[in-house]
Design a protein around this ligand. Sequence first.
Ligand SMILES: Cc1cc2nc3c(=O)[nH]c(=O)nc-3n(C[C@H](O)[C@H](O)[C@H](O)COP(=O)(O)O)c2cc1C
Length: 354
Amino acid sequence: MSDLFEPTRLGRLALRNRIVMAPMTRSRASQAGDPTDLMVEYYRQRASAGMIITEGIFPSADGKGYCRTPGLVTRAQVEGWRKVTDAVHAEGGTIAAQIMHCGRITHADNKDASSETVAPSAIRALGEMYTDTAGMQPFSEPRALALDEIPGVIGEFAQATERAYEAGFDGVEAHCASGYLPAQFLSTGTNRREDEYGGSLAGRVRFPVEVLEAMAAVDGPDRVGFRICPGNPFNDLFDQNPEETFRAFLQAVRDMGLAYCHVIRLHDVELDNIALARAEFGAPLIVNDSYKLDEAQAVIDSGAAAAVSFARAFIGNPDLVARFERAIELARFDPKRLYTPGPEGYTDYPRATD
Ligand SMILES: Cc1cc2nc3c(=O)[nH]c(=O)nc-3n(C[C@H](O)[C@H](O)[C@H](O)COP(=O)(O)O)c2cc1C
């Protein structure tokens, strides 16, 4: 029986405990997408996690979705992230970069004027997103990627991986959930292509598989993980048969030697995402969504997962691991300060332990 507080390895990644900080967009980067000193402090404060998975990071100007999110495109961004990884490593922590290409989930005001909104098919997402310029705005209309552009977009994930390693990250995670570009390719509602990147189950699965292959080719598969949430309708995502889609995707990547699969469970659909990932993916799982301490320990005890990730609990509890260990009550966070600029509600949550 393994303990939540004991170390483990996910591929080449060494975790000093099995409590992972889940990726969270917090919009504290500069307008240009450069990591800020505030972000260095935020991640440093949370370095006692077994591993930190960063907020979603855009791999190209086209891939940016939300305002004040960081990139891994320019030299300045690599240097900014280097300060973050140095700070986390100085505290003995491990940190992976989440590579998130938003595809159609974006608004033109949130990104560089020369960038474009691209997706598998020209279908605008229903809904709105926040912009600093004009408040809530409808999602931008995407342009369907031409077949000969797709290798370039896959290449963006590989380049971001290279830059992540240059910036000192221990690993990288491809965001294949929550309605962003890889999930847009996977799902029938967003992928109406008739070429080899759509049209059939094998076609829809091709893009995320090639993304993972390209990321793995940079420095081996055992520093690369990916995040999925079969059946998630977030960001206007729809798939006729998410179980079939994700079974095929997981089968296609199961023998690649990847470090981990980060799977988000859903409470209000019949699909058991963790059971599906366990059945179809040989490598370790990080499981997520709404875990409490006792349930997290139970899922580790059962052997179903190698680690459990926590998002919201890390916001107000930078020393979450120590609080769990000593059964100290968790602090709440201020939902009004999740995405606002500045230190309030970001780096000003105190530790309860020394
Ligand atoms: C403020 C906030 C920002 C988030 N941003 C991301 C993100 O950038 N990438 C991602 O994969 N998930 C993101 N999520 C989802 C979380 O990683 C996690 O799946 C979710 O909060 C459920 O976990 P929890 O119950 O431990 O909070 C975000 C969640 C929150 C609350």
